[in-house]
Ligand binder design. Sequence first.
Ligand code: AKB
Length: 315
Amino acid sequence: MEKILIIGANGQLGTELSAALQTKYGQDAVITSDIRKPQEENAIFEILNVLDNDALATIVKKYKITQIYHLAAILSAKGEENPIQTWNINMNGLLNVLEIARHEKLKKVYYPSSIAVFGTTTPSPAPQYTSMNPSTIYGISKRAGEQWCEYYFNKYGVDVRSLRYPGLISYKTLPGGGTTDYAVDIFYKAIEETHFDCFLSENTRLPMMYMPDAVRATLELMDAPKENLSTHEGYNLNAFDCTPKELYNEIKKHAPNLEMGYKIDELRQSIADSWSDSVIDEAARKDWNWQHEYDMESTTKEMLTNLKKKFEATK
Ligand code: AKB
C-alpha cells in the first residue's frame, strides 16, 4: 500500500495535488505537511520544515512513507528578495528529501521544476535539451535540482521524476511570489472589480497551463513505467502560451466591464523576458503520452465559472 508524504501541501499546486492524490489512493494514504497549519484541515497533516532532517525522518518512519512529493520552494520573484535563503530552502530541502529517499528506499519521489530553468540563451520555443542560463536564484536552484535528481537516479537508483511547469492558472489557492501570477490575479479582478493593473507588459508571451492539466500530468508521469522515461531531469510540459493582452481580450469576451492598465514591475518583467515564450514537450508526449486538455479559451471559461461559484458560496 502506498503512503504519500506531500511537503509544501498548502501551496497553489499542493492543495490541488493533495486532493487528487487522496481521491486516487484514499484519505489515509496521504500525509500532508507544510511549515504552517492549513486554513482547513482536509487530510492528515503534520507541521514540517523540510530543512529539519530529523523531523522529516521521523514523519517518514512514523507513517511508513513510500513516496514523497516535495513541493516546498520559494518562487522566482520572491526568491530575489533573499537569494541565499532561497538557495538554502530550494536546494537543501531537495537534498534532504533525496537523502531520505535513498536511505529509506522510497519507491518514488516527485520534484517540480519550472520554465525558470530557461534563460536568455535558450531558443524559443525551448527544446527539452538546450542551452540554459537561468537568471533567478529560483531558476538556478531548479536547474541544479533537476541535475541532482538525475544524479540520484543514476548513482543510487532513487526513482525521482520531475516536470518543468509553465505558469499555473488556478482558482482554489493563490500562487505566491511568482512571475506568472498576473495570469491568476487578472481572473480575480474580472470577478471582483472592473480594473486590473498588469505588472508585465502587454506583449510578454509566456507558457501557461490550467491546474487540472498540471495535476493530471503529475499523476500520469508518476504512474508511467520507469523504463519508458528518457529523463529524470524535468520534462518540458506544454499547454498554451499567451501574452497579457491576449488573455485580457479573451476574458473580456465574458467580463466586458474589465479594463486593464499596465504598472510594470521591472524585476518581474526582466525575469519574464529571460524565459522562453513557449516550450517543446515532444519527450513528454512520446515517453508517457502527455496530452493537454485546456487551451487559453477553455481555461478562461473554467476559471471564470469556478471563481464566480467560489465567490457566491462565500457571500
Ligand atoms: C513563477 O512564476 O515563479 C512560477 C514558475 C513559472 O515556476 N509560477
